[in-house]
Design a protein around this ligand. Sequence first.
Ligand SMILES: CC(=O)SCCNC(=O)CCNC(=O)[C@H](O)C(C)(C)COP(=O)(O)OP(=O)(O)OC[C@H]1O[C@@H](n2cnc3c(N)ncnc32)[C@H](O)[C@@H]1OP(=O)(O)O
Length: 403
Amino acid sequence: MQIRSTTEADLDTFLSTLCDAFGSVWQSPGESPWWAAYEMDRHLLAEDAAGRPIGTAGAYSFELTLPGGATAPAAGITGVGVLPSHRRQGVLSALMRHQLEQLRGAGEFLAVLLATEAVIYRRFGYGPASYRQRVAVDLGRGAFAVPVEAGGSIELRHRADCEEELAEVYDRVRLVQPGALSRPAHWWAKGAGRPPVSRAPRHIAFHRDAAGRLQGYACYTIAVTDQQRSLRTLTVEELVAATDEAQAALARYCLDHDLVSTVVFADLPPRSPLRWRLADYRAARTEAEQDYLWVRLLDVPRALAARGYPADGRLVVEVDDPFLGERGRYLLVVADGVGVCEPTGEPTELALDVADLGSLYLGGTRASDLVRAGRIRELVPGAALRADALLGAEREPHCVHFF
Ligand SMILES: CC(=O)SCCNC(=O)CCNC(=O)[C@H](O)C(C)(C)COP(=O)(O)OP(=O)(O)OC[C@H]1O[C@@H](n2cnc3c(N)ncnc32)[C@H](O)[C@@H]1OP(=O)(O)O
């Protein structure tokens, strides 16, 4: 087997191999091709001894928002597949090793992905770092505990007429939301990905504040879900808001629809304030909850120095990276929210796998929970609670971008 980088000329081969891996039929480009934003110079093909393609892996170039409001480049791993005929022979492992070494060689220190199965990527150093819930609210129970602030307005548009406004609001909000990824301009230009980036018809409700400034949008569909009883469900696929007032106003708008019996918020972070807006706490039914963004640190000191911190303090961590055959002990010192991280000879306080550090990195997973789960070893009493305080974030990480 050999692994090689691809060029634009390999697009068809890459796609047909990936489709075979996923068991889907390779079709010519549709209205909004999901692969249109591929960066073929960042993709890899694994080939057998005869040069036939057997596996794929790719990377997008994103910016990831970190706790404290900094952003960092992050490789968005995508298009991973191995032909059913060649599985469990180490093809993915070889692709992952090649890719991680290549990213590191290019000076990158963070990689992120969305996993089809939760059992695949920990062995390669990725840990789940953001989470999402699908929450349903029956309209009869949708009253708010505290009324939405007066003064703002809602403007209903169609996806086709408001691409610029969608992109502008998304970009403003993602810069202050830990765990959010950039949506580069060519994604919008090519309509790549899921709605509202794709140009599939959608209702878009924008919220303007009292001063008339756009502060958020909800992208939604309304569909009949029970023909006999004429029940319709409004599904909010993406709710992006710069302020809590905009989020509440958009949710209220959705919950006040005539001819709709249920509103489904398809993607909320588990601790979303929306649940607390409802007068009846049990009115929000969690239909599903899942990991979303997985994070892989390629350079621990650089990654830890890149994010901001909500508390000052110090912590000595020993980080094991079995896939890359590395182990390092680092001292993290945070002063005025700025972290400095360097190799140290001081005694270890927390010992953890690089995948678990990936889970902690965006502030959405607590070290003390992973100690209780037996994943992290606490060698100095109190170190996990100190890590919880240090590695938290101003708000729960949330990523709505699909790639
Ligand atoms: C970011 C993304 O694109 S996510 C998309 C991932 N792709 C898919 O889900 C498409 C369908 N699945 C596949 O193509 C393949 O099964 C892959 C890519 C998941 C795995 O490829 P393989 O070449 O079989 O993996 P490889 O042989 O390197 O396996 C390495 C280890 O992971 C384990 N492993 C790999 N995939 C799985 C899985 N789906 N479930 C459980 N264990 C797995 C193997 O058993 C092996 O374990 P070992 O080291 O203890 O022996």
